[in-house]
Write a protein that binds this ligand. Structure first.
Ligand code: GLN
Length: 499
């Protein structure tokens, strides 16, 4: 019996009935990590001993009859931009190599209080800037479906770990699509909750007004259970929502889309999308219509400025957030040649510690915020942000949820876009509006594209605080697709097959 092929909800049930132990389950995943991670580089750090001791702890509590949470004993992988006491946290950057945080992110604390063993820290583009993990200082992760392709980014470590069954669950962070895009190109489920639904305390900030932590899983129910485990108000995050958004686990039990109004976003279909992506997307819509959903067309004209606005706002916020890496407080310190002043040490450290994409964004962001240019760039981008929010509000008057493909293409080849930052940025066309507006989004696998037999993702969007709608429609679509595409038994690259 292979334990690594099962969903987290199945595993939770098996743990609950004492059919398996968490030590057994965690061991099985660690063995798979030892086998696959050297090939696809999903993890920067693997925490064998820690995971097993946490597993042993939860098994003992269960043996004593203690009441445990729904996911207790199910192991999880955590993106390496969340702080973890005692575990090196790099954010994919050389500048943080060797840094061991003195505090846990709130999400990590919740994982630990839910008694979920932490398998390790997953790879990412440096400071989560990118769409392929090729910007990681620790080498790229590879796509388990085809090792010549990227698993998306920035959270390609989490998506490739979950897709290749090194972990049943993973945590991602999404500033412009870094949960949803990797999910789309690896055939996994990725959710960016409503801004403020999950605490950002301890997430190494990229764009603070855009960042949101969320689940990466192999099915909708697993994502729902994980969102329930990590969400909730936190006094340590000033933007944390005061209220609970209800139970996603309950929403994911839904079995009907009768009367649900689904809005197709005109600007995010057709031209510019790979034919095989559009085909699978259309099929998924047809299934929803056959099940009783109603399709309406909506238009969000200001989406055409979304990428331009995002790539001003996000670098502006990043340039400010990254100022804290000053060689004094964290990680790397490089001494300059000749007499050292604080400024010279700082400059030498930042020169050596940051990669090219990070430097590019610091320059862009600093420029956009500088006096004389602020109104023209940052100010205009903020106005576009308001227009996008207004477009979405209007669209949600006509539809309960909105839908589009998650990304214009399936997984691209390593190196294909690395030399051309603009081509890389264009990937984010469908995912960025949700971050600019603070609304929740889910990417869900809808089959394989005919051109390349690689996974295609559909993205659902809901109004702020209505995350449950995503789980309701996602659960139904997943069931409708089950016979056609058995996406849960992934057709991985032959080098990676597990029995
Ligand atoms: N690809 C986007 C970027 O490079 C998204 C990053 C993210 O969501 N962390 O900024």
């Amino acid at each position: 019996m292979s334990l690594v092929n099962k969903s987290a909800s199945e595993l939770a049930a098996m743990l609950g009935s004492k059919e398996i132990s968490s030590v057994e389950l965690t061991q099985a995943h660690l063995e798979n990590i030892d086998k696959l991670n050297p090939k696809i580089n999903s993890f920067i750090t693997v925490t064998h001993e820690l995971a097993l001791s946490q597993a042993k702890g939860v098994d003992e509590l269960r043996a004593k009859g203690e009441k445990l949470s729904a996911l207790a004993g199910v192991p999880i992988a955590v993106k390496d931009n969340l702080t973890t006491i005692g575990i090196e946290t790099t954010a994919g950057s050389k500048i943080l190599k060797g840094w061991v945080p003195p505090y846990d992110a709130t999400v990590v604390r919740k994982i630990l209080s839910n008694r979920m063993p932490i398998l390790g820290k997953t790879n990412l583009d440096e400071f989560a800037m990118g769409s392929s993990t090729e910007n990681s200082a620790y080498g790229p992760s590879l796509n388990p479906w085809d090792l010549t392709r990227t698993p998306g980014g920035s959270g390609g470590g989490s998506s490739s770990a979950v897709a290749s069954m090194q972990a049943p669950l993973a945590i991602g962070s999404d500033t412009g699509g870094s949960i949803r895009f990797p999910a789309s190109v690896t055939g996994t489920v990725g959710v960016k909750p409503t801004y403020g639904a999950v605490s950002r305390y301890g997430l190494i900030a990229l764009g603070s007004s855009l960042d949101q932590i969320g689940p990466v899983t192999r099915n909708v129910m697993d994502a729902a259970m994980l969102q329930d485990a990590i969400a909730g108000h936190d006094d340590m995050d000033a933007t944390s929502l005061p209220e609970s958004l209800g139970s996603m686990t309950e929403a994911a039990k839904n079995d009907s889309v009768k009367g649900l109004k689904i809005g197709i976003i005109k600007e995010l279909t057709g031209e510019g999308f790979q034919a095989g992506v559009s085909e699978r997307f259309q099929e998924a819509l047809d299934l929803l219509v056959a099940a009783g959903a109603e399709i309406v067309e909506v238009s969000c004209p200001s989406f055409q400025y979304a990428i331009a606005a995002y790539y001003l706002i996000q670098p502006a916020e990043a340039s400010s957030n990254l100022a804290r890496f000053d060689s004094v407080r964290f990680g790397l310190r490089v001494m300059p040649e000749g007499p050292a002043t604080v400024e010279k040490v700082m400059a030498a450290t930042r020169e050596a510690g940051f990669g090219p994409e990070v430097k590019r964004r610091i320059i862009l962001g600093t420029y956009a915020l500088s006096s004389g240019y602020y109104d023209a760039y940052y100010g205009s981008a903020q106005k576009v942000r308001t227009l996008i929010q207004a477009d979405l509000a209007k669209a949600f008057e006509k539809a309960d949820v909105l839908v589009s493909p998650t990304a214009p293409t399936t997984a691209f080849k390593l190196g294909e876009k690395q030399e051309d930052p603009l081509a890389m940025y264009l990937n984010d066309i469908a995912t960025i509006p949700a971050n600019l507006a603070g609304i929740p989004g889910m990417s869900l696998p809808v089959g394989l594209a005919k051109e390349d037999n690689l996974p295609v993702g559909a993205q659902f969007l809901a109004p702020a605080r209505q995350d449950a709608r995503l789980y309701r429609v996602g659960a139904v679509l997943e069931k409708l697709l089950e016979n056609k595409w058995s996406m849960r038994m992934l057709d991985l690259a032959p080098e990676l097959k597990v029995n």
